[in-house]
Design a protein around this ligand. Sequence first.
Ligand code: GTP
Ligand code: MG
Length: 368
Amino acid sequence: GEVITVAELARKMNLKASEIIQKLMDLGVTATINDSLDSDTATLVAQEFNCQVTVRSLKNEVEIHETEDRPEDLKPRIPVVTIMGHVDHGKTKLLDAIRHSNVAEHESGGITQHIGAYKVKTPRGEITFLDTPGHEAFTAMRARGAHVTDIVVLVVSAVEGVMPQTIEALNHAKAAQVPIIVAVNKIDLPEASIDRVKQQLSEQGLLPEEWGGDTMYIPVSALKKIGIEELLEAILLQAEMMELKANPNKPGVGYVVESKMDIGRGAVATVIVKNGSIRIGDYFVVGTTMGRVRGMFDDTGAKVSVAYPSYPVEIMGFDAVPEAGDKFHVVESEDFAKEIVAKRLELKRIEETNRIKKIQMENAFQSL
Ligand code: GTP
Ligand code: MG
């Protein structure tokens, strides 16, 4: 809703109302002194004068308020683990070994080009795994993968050693402040050197436990299925130390890791639930898209009626393809969803106008 009048804003910023009105016109907004502005407009116009509107409640109009969880509402949740590393070092193969599946052999060109999301049952509990591409072109996907996860498993070929995307992946994990477990892969090959990987990564700050540091290194062969149990143990040990919790009894919040237009099913998205639960029939908002959960599916294509914290699910029922990386929010009603989307679109429009104005200005200066 409207939060501040032009007159009030002018007073707060020590400006003449006419200056604000002029600036609003530059932004494509027509207003008089007694008109009220919403928070986005107020924020934008304030920015133009190098002022910041920092009222919390204003931001929540578009950001959607999330209630703090009381400790008694928090329940243990399963870990989300993202597999990262240089191209061809064996990430997908490793997940195949863990899942007893065969994804790697059916990928086009033998490289992963999207984020795969799987929930895996192990004898000691479930784990959600995200597979990311190692090809250098997919930086954004790696960043996204590191952002939504609890733990990163960094896969490094014992034959090739540390390579550019190994370092890149490591930096994403560091930026996201996520603990890293190193899986030294391809140890079945004669040229394999586990120590060299340890040496190289020690230089990057990942000192192995056995050398007095605190990083777990697990030698594995995804091909020969060596070390898989040990890797799962290490992951679950790390997860246990983190005491991961969430409140399943509130509206779901998650992140879109993948989205696409599916012939027959319309816009679909893979969502990782961060907190709360997502249920069939829930209304939701993601960026400037919205919808109602018409169907949810796990990685085997089986129907899911409730997606609990840490679950990866494919969701059907969007009005348009949402942007990967955007936050998914269950909201109480369709009307509220529409309201949020309208505000976000308005903000986007204003930002766009602003940007075009800036470009025009720059061009004008160039032609002088
Ligand atoms: P991108 O997703 O494209 O980054 O590659 P990736 O890291 O997922 O590699 P992928 O699992 O597709 O494996 C690449 C190649 O390495 C395939 O030919 C695998 O069969 C082979 N490979 C994977 N793990 C091992 C292993 O432990 N030993 C041997 N010898 N080969 C392996
Ligand atoms: Mg792969």
